[in-house]
Design a protein around this ligand. Structure first.
Ligand code: SF4
Length: 468
């Protein structure tokens, strides 16, 4: 059985994980994200993606997940070393002993026996997955600022129409300097070797999978998604929980089609994303109609056969100015539909670094942290907020504090400030938006930022290996 109901996350860490090693994470074995459109995979949404070898797939479709890169990281974990790709977790753990990282949350969902078996399974075994997030293609109706052309066809259209974003110099900014065509190599999925491998693996995979989450792009815009949903409706694996990750900005008839499919599924979870309100949310997530989004959430919760509805917040610098308003909205939904039916989580954006909340000026960051602390204090007794949700917010507060205290070297700060100004100037021009008008609290600082002299247009890089 997974983590005991009576024990804390930290007690679980000491009881089950530490005896195996100081860096073990079951996600490296049992969990994966796989992008079938581009043939890439990652262990979870914090680790960089890497390419899947078509040659290896010909021998064994399980190579969609069991890549040499993951096997090397597994060995490091078994040896008690920290794989560098899992930096997100190490940074949280290094804040202080009391903060548990996602490797605990992502391990405790499996049974004790499954976790204890990891050393015996070893690093090299081609194992079947228990939890999988899969994207059939990058079709999307949104082009969110922190996403990019590799994950959104709408973003690709921006690049095709207006060219690469120019004059960006910091880590992760290259995602805006390519058109993402590498992620949509196969116009027809019948020719896509990754989709072929998936279907070849499926008869076995369907028996091991406990949870399958379908993401995109926007999955409701993918023909392969609907094909897959139809195949499942006819032959749904007994133990499987299905989840769909949607931006909830699609046409109402598509949302209704999914609602109708949900009634034929045994266990169905819904995921969506937002982290701010009103026009600030619409600025961050280009394509979003905030009012329609809120209406769609209520429509799905009222009419769908939903086990749990998850609201994921990607914590970037701009969302901090209405994050607590959005949390209030989430509490309203919890009140209406049930605290355990609608849950939320926070993920701190790490790339591109200039969008990370940690590079705002210290006084602004301090103000946002104070606001979040006040919100937490006001809602500390709210029984609709789970321990896990409290933990997510508390570690965000701590993270902001640590980052605001950190003295960064002047040249690094300069490059992030430069990219902040350079990117949002171009984003505003292309998308008909205005950062200064939408975020007046940032206007003085933003307008004072000076650009480094533009260099020559960057050469388009090859496929970026980072997930926004
Ligand atoms: S980033 Fe954390 S949760 Fe993800 S695979 Fe690495 S250790 Fe596990």
């Amino acid at each position: 059985m997974p983590k005991l109901k009576t024990e804390s996350h930290s007690e679980y860490l000491h009881r089950i994980m530490k005896p195996i090693s100081n860096s073990i994470c079951a996600a490296k074995w049992y969990n994966a994200t796989i992008w079938l459109g581009s043939g890439h995979t990652a262990s979870c949404h914090h680790t960089p993606m890497h390419e899947i070898s078509i040659e290896a797939l010909r021998k064994n479709p399980k190579q969609l997940h069991n890549t040499p890169e993951k096997k090397a990281s597994r060995q490091e974990m078994l040896d008690g070393k920290r794989p560098s790709e899992c930096d997100y977790c190490w940074r949280i753990e290094d804040l202080s002993e009391e903060h548990v990282s996602d490797r605990v949350y992502k391990t405790e969902i499996y049974t004790d026996a499954e976790v204890k078996a990891l050393p015996k399974i070893g690093a090299d075994n081609n194992i079947d997955l228990k939890t999988l997030e899969i994207a059939f293609d990058r079709n999307c109706n949104f082009a969110c600022s922190y996403c990019g052309p590799s994950f959104s066809s709408k973003w690709g259209q921006d690049i095709t129409a207006n060219g690469y974003y120019q004059n960006l110099v910091s880590d992760g900014a290259t995602v805006f300097q390519q058109d993402g065509k590498w992620a949509a190599l196969y116009k027809n999925s019948a020719n896509n070797p990754y989709i072929h491998a998936f279907w070849k693996w499926w008869p076995e995979l369907r028996t091991s999978l406990q949870e399958l989450r379908i993401t995109g792009g926007e999955p409701m815009l993918s023909q392969d998604f609907w094909k897959f949903m139809e195949s499942l409706a006819n032959d749904f694996p007994e133990q499987l929980r299905l989840a769909v990750n949607s931006n909830l900005g699609a046409r109402r008839e598509l949302v209704d089609r999914l609602i109708s499919v949900s009634h034929g599924l045994k266990e169905f979870d819904f995921y969506t994303s937002c982290e701010a309100v009103g026009e600030q949310a619409e600025y961050i997530r280009d394509g979003l109609d905030y009012e329609l989004f809120c209406e769609n959430i209520e429509h799905v919760l009222r009419n769908g056969n939903i086990r749990v509805f998850n609201v994921m917040m990607t914590i970037n610098s701009l969302c901090l100015f209405s994050l607590t308003d959005f949390l209030d909205q989430v509490l309203e939904w919890k009140q209406k539909f049930g605290g355990q039916k609608l849950v939320f989580s926070t993920n701190i954006l790490s790339l591109p670094k200039f969008m990370s909340p940690t590079f705002l000026p210290s006084d602004l960051l301090h103000g946002c942290r104070e606001e979040l602390l006040r919100w937490l204090e006001k809602n500390q007794m709210n029984e609709n907020i789970s321990v896990w949700e409290h933990n997510c917010l508390n570690r965000l507060v701590e993270y902001i504090k640590k980052q605001a205290e950190l003295r960064r070297c002047a040249s690094t700060t300069r490059s992030y400030e430069h990219d902040f100004k350079s990117f949002y100037t171009q984003y505003d021009e292309r998308r008909g938006k205005s950062l200064s008008n939408t975020f007046p609290m940032l206007a003085d600082w933003y307008n004072s930022l000076e650009l480094i002299e533009p260099e020559q247009s960057p050469t388009p890089p090859t496929a970026p290996k980072t997930i926004p």
